[in-house]
Design a protein. Structure first.
Length: 204
């Protein structure tokens, strides 16, 4: 009788393990996302006027709720949802800073746009700082970028311009790929605003 009970227990454990393994095998793989940079329009006046500029990307901050691998979706005024199968390929703060630098390099036609601090000697003509307060999509189908930003002089102390920008891009609700593309466009639009300010400072 005892042997039969042990046999049944072993069979139940094996069956449970098999079901668990089958469930793991069927779990969809994680999808990884990155931001895309803009393409400067041909003959852009900013690009023509700013070829020798050196620009430093200083502090770029994001709220702590975005400090995680998973994509975040707002599902209500006081609730967010994390997508367990959709993740950023790298920490979002660094990704935003690098994409901003790539955008400004394209929009102002300069290869000298670097994130700060740098190990090698580097004296920028302008420094840019950005405080992102929102960078996500919601259940209603809106991708939103809200940010305060500053353009500073070469020393990083003299404030030349400050602004707050809110950009909204419509996306199909629940479409993570479209949401990331929309957030990329919004960051590109913010980059254009910053590039316009720098070009104006240069007399472009």
């Amino acid at each position: 009788m005892m042997r039969a009970r042990r046999s049944h227990a072993w069979l139940g454990a094996a069956l449970a393990a098999g079901l668990l393994l089958a469930g793991c095998v069927q779990t969809p793989p994680t999808r990884f996302y990155t931001l895309s940079s803009v393409l400067a329009p041909p003959g852009d006046s900013n690009a023509e006027a700013s070829r020798d500029l050196a620009i430093g990307i200083g502090t770029v901050t994001l709220p702590e709720y975005l400090n995680r691998p998973q994509l975040v979706t707002r599902v209500g005024s006081n609730r967010v949802a994390l997508s367990e199968l959709d993740s950023w390929i790298e920490p979002l703060q660094g990704l935003v800073a690098r994409t901003l630098a790539e955008n400004l390099a394209l929009l102002l036609a300069t290869d000298d746009v670097l994130t700060l601090p740098q190990r090698r000697p580097f004296r920028p003509d302008y420094q840019v700082e950005v405080e992102v307060t929102r960078f996500d999509a919601d259940a209603a189908g809106n991708a939103v970028l809200d940010a305060r930003w500053w353009v500073l002089g070469a020393d990083g102390e003299r404030e030349l311009h400050r602004a707050r920008t809110t950009l909204v891009e419509a996306v199909p609700a629940g479409d993570r790929t479209a949401a990331v593309a929309a957030l990329s466009r919004a960051l590109g639009a913010l980059s254009q605003e910053i590039a316009d300010v720098i070009a104006a400072e240069e007399g472009g």
